[in-house]
Write a protein that binds this ligand. Structure first.
Ligand SMILES: Nc1ncnc2c1ncn2[C@@H]1O[C@H](COP(=O)(O)OP(=O)(O)OP(=O)(O)O)[C@@H](O)[C@H]1O
Length: 313
């Protein structure tokens, strides 16, 4: 089982600390979503893992080895960083056959991954005629070529149509089920929520969170319950008596904050308040992520305000 291990990794460009003492592990058998605002250091980290840049300090290894020391690297790690990387004058099939040959992979792998990526019918077209979504599919096909235990994708849904988005979601889940370590960066929270088991969140080059996705959401978004009743006044009065705050929404629906469905169900049963619907309102990844990054931005604003204040003599 192969993991990606990032250990005390730092990358400084001039005066910018793109990555700052970062430590995390991407474990096999799950999809890890890699999140963070623009400029947080995600791409830099991915480039360091892939040996495309040198760390200022620290290490980034795959199965305990630096990328540069891997023989036939496509057999160890498949990556999509830049979907424009393929040579436009080549056909998709030739592009993949050249890549396969350079890693001593059988030629048939090119056709297999083209099929898998839904590109079999356009495999003999030149890449320059490809749409953004087709290039993206080709980049993902290239990442799968060596059947690698580690897969690393930067914004894989970029440019994909709705069918493509479902395809990538199912592909990522399957790769994880097969025991591979899968790291996926994205700015699309709904998308990430649909495929990630685990999250690594960066902010200004530092680690903000490294935990299972469910735990990340539950820690940041208070549970709420939706109740529909024909007697809102009685419901509100009952809930208030037990310390719950209920807010009226549309269509006789009420939202009870900081509450769980089991508790509200027990409380209302046998009271005579007519309950037509009772449901948990799950917190979303987007809510949790925005909460975290807002706290982080506030912290940054406060610290920079403090540090900009003139020093007393
Ligand atoms: N080659 C470079 N030279 C100088 N600065 C760089 C270089 N590459 C990245 N940076 C800086 O490092 C920081 C991190 O950038 P990076 O591209 O890793 O962030 P990111 O999280 O991938 O952002 P995005 O979500 O916008 O892609 C930014 O401030 C960026 O300007």
């Amino acid at each position: 089982m192969t993991s990606i291990d990032v250990q005390d990794l730092t990358k400084v460009y001039g005066t910018t600390r793109a990555v700052d003492h970062l430590t995390f592990h991407v474990e096999p058998g799950r999809v890890t979503g890699f999140l963070g605002p623009n400029g947080a250091g995600k791409s830099t980290t991915l480039r360091l893992v892939l040996g495309l840049d040198r760390p200022t300090s620290g290490t980034a290894t795959i199965g305990g080895r630096a990328y540069a020391t891997l023989d036939e690297p496509l057999r160890h790690v498949g990556a999509l960083l830049d979907a424009q990387a393929a040579h436009g004058a080549r056909t998709a099939r030739d592009h993949l056959r050249v890549l396969a040959a350079s890693n001593r992979l059988p030629e048939r792998r090119a056709d297999e991954v083209l099929e898998e990526a839904g590109l079999a019918s356009v495999a003999r077209r030149r890449v320059r005629t490809y749409s953004l979504g087709m290039r993206q599919r080709l980049g993902i096909a290239a990442a799968l070529l060596g059947d690698p235990p580690v897969v690393l994708l930067d914004e894989p849904s970029n440019g994909l149509d709705p069918e493509g988005i479902i395809w990538i979601r199912e592909l990522l889940r399957r790769l994880a089920r097969e025991g591979r370590a899968v790291l996926v960066s994205s700015h699309l929270m709904n998308e990430t929520a649909s495929f990630a088991d685990h999250l690594v969140v960066l902010g200004r080059g530092r680690l903000l969170a490294d935990m299972p996705m469910r735990e990340f959401i539950d820690a940041r978004v208070q549970p709420r319950v939706r109740v529909r009743t024909t007697d809102g006044a009685a419901l509100r009065e009952l809930l208030a008596r037990h310390g719950y705050d209920a807010v009226e929404g549309a269509d006789e629906r009420w939202i009870v904050h900081h509450a769980r469905v089991d508790d509200i169900g027990r409380l209302t049963s046998g009271t005579g308040v007519p309950i037509l619907e009772l449901a948990a309102e799950e917190g979303t990844l987007e809510q949790a992520y925005l909460d975290l990054t807002a706290t982080e931005a506030e912290f940054a604003a406060q610290t920079s305000k403090t540090s900009n204040q003139p020093q007393e003599a």
